[in-house]
Design a protein around this ligand. Structure first.
Ligand code: 13P
Length: 260
C-alpha cells in the first residue's frame, strides 16, 4: 500500500519571511489529522524558518533544488549535504522550470541553456541526493509541442530512464508527472490521461527495478486545486500531487490535503 503524498512546491509565491511562516503554520495545523504525508518546499532562504514553523507537526521539509557536488568552489549553488544537515527530507529535481522548459515562452530560447537542468544533470543530482540520504522528487513531463507531435510517451520514458541511470535502490524516490502545458495555466491534464502516463512511468521503472516499482509513489502535478484534486486521487496509479500555486496558501492547500 503506497502512502499518499501531497507536496507543496511554493516556487516563488511566498517571498517574505512573514508569509512563509504564516502559511507553514497554517498547513502544519491542518496536517495534524491528515491521512496523507505532507511536504512543504519553500524557496531556499526560508527553509529554516519553515522548518521551525512546522516543528512538532507531521509536515516534512523539502527543497526546490540542489547542486550535484557536495562541496567546493561553486558559488551560489546549494549542497545536498547542507539540505540534509538543516533537516530537509525531500528535494525537487528536474522541475520543468529548472529544466528551462516553460509552458509559456517567457524566456528567450538562447537564454535557456544558462540555467536549465539537462537529463544528465538531473541524473547527477538524483545520485548525489540519494548518497546523502535526501529523497528526490523527480519531475518529468512533455511540452505542448511534444504532445501535439504525439511524442509524450517517448519523451517521458526517456526522462525517467535518464534520471534513474546508475541508481541502485529505489527506496525514497518519488516521481512527479508534470505536463509542462498544465503548469500554472489552469488547464489541467485529463485525470484518465494522467493515470495512463503514470502507469507508463511505473512500467518503465519496473524494467529496471522489477516489483519494487509497485512501492514507488508517482504524483501528478499541473494546475491541481481543491476542486480537481479528488478526480486525480480516485485514479488507481495516482499516489498524490505536486502542487504549485494552490499550495502557497494554507487555506487552499488544506483543502487539497483533506480532499476526501
Ligand atoms: P501549478 O500547480 O501552479 O500548476 O504548478 C504545478 C507545479 O509545477 C508543481 O511543481
Amino acid at each position: 500500500m503506497r502512502k499518499e503524498l501531497m507536496a507543496a512546491n511554493w516556487k516563488l509565491y511566498n517571498v517574505t519571511l512573514e508569509e512563509n511562516v504564516k502559511e507553514a503554520k497554517g498547513i502544519a495545523e491542518s496536517a495534524k489529522d491528515a491521512d496523507c504525508e505532507v511536504v512543504i518546499c519553500p524557496s531556499a532562504p526560508f527553509l529554516i524558518p519553515v522548518k521551525e514553523a512546522i516543528a512538532g507537526s507531521p509536515v516534512k521539509l523539502g527543497a526546490q533544488g540542489v547542486f550535484w557536488e557536495e562541496k567546493g568552489g561553486f558559488t551560489a549553488q546549494i549542497s545536498p549535504q547542507s539540505l540534509k544537515d538543516i533537516g530537509c527530507e525531500y528535494v525537487i529535481i528536474g522541475h520543468s522550470e529548472t529544466r528551462g522548459r516553460f509552458g509559456v515562452g517567457s524566456v528567450k530560447e538562447e537564454l535557456l541553456s544558462y540555467f536549465s537542468e539537462t537529463d544528465e544533470t538531473v541524473n547527477l543530482k538524483v545520485l548525489t541526493a540519494l548518497k546523502v540520504g535526501l529523497k528526490p522528487i523527480i519531475c518529468v513531463g512533455e511540452t505542448i509541442n511534444e504532445r501535439k507531435a504525439g511524442k509524450q510517451d517517448e519523451i517521458i520514458s526517456y526522462q525517467v530512464e535518464m534520471a534513474l541511470r546508475n541508481v541502485e535502490d529505489l527506496d525514497g524516490i518519488v516521481i512527479a508527472y508534470e505536463p509542462v502545458w498544465a503548469i500554472g495555466t489552469g488547464e489541467f491534464c485529463d485525470p484518465e490521461e494522467a493515470n495512463r502516463i503514470i502507469g507508463l512511468i511505473r512500467n518503465k521503472v519496473r524494467e529496471q527495478f522489477g516489483e519494487k516499482a509497485d512501492e514507488m509513489r508517482i504524483l501528478y502535478g499541473g494546475s491541481v486545486d481543491p476542486n480537481n484534486i479528488a478526480s486525480f486521487m480516485e485514479k488507481e496509479e495516482v499516489d498524490g500531487a505536486l502542487v504549485g500555486r494552490a499550495s502557497a496558501k494554507a487555506e487552499s492547500f488544506s483543502k487539497i490535503i483533506h480532499y476526501k
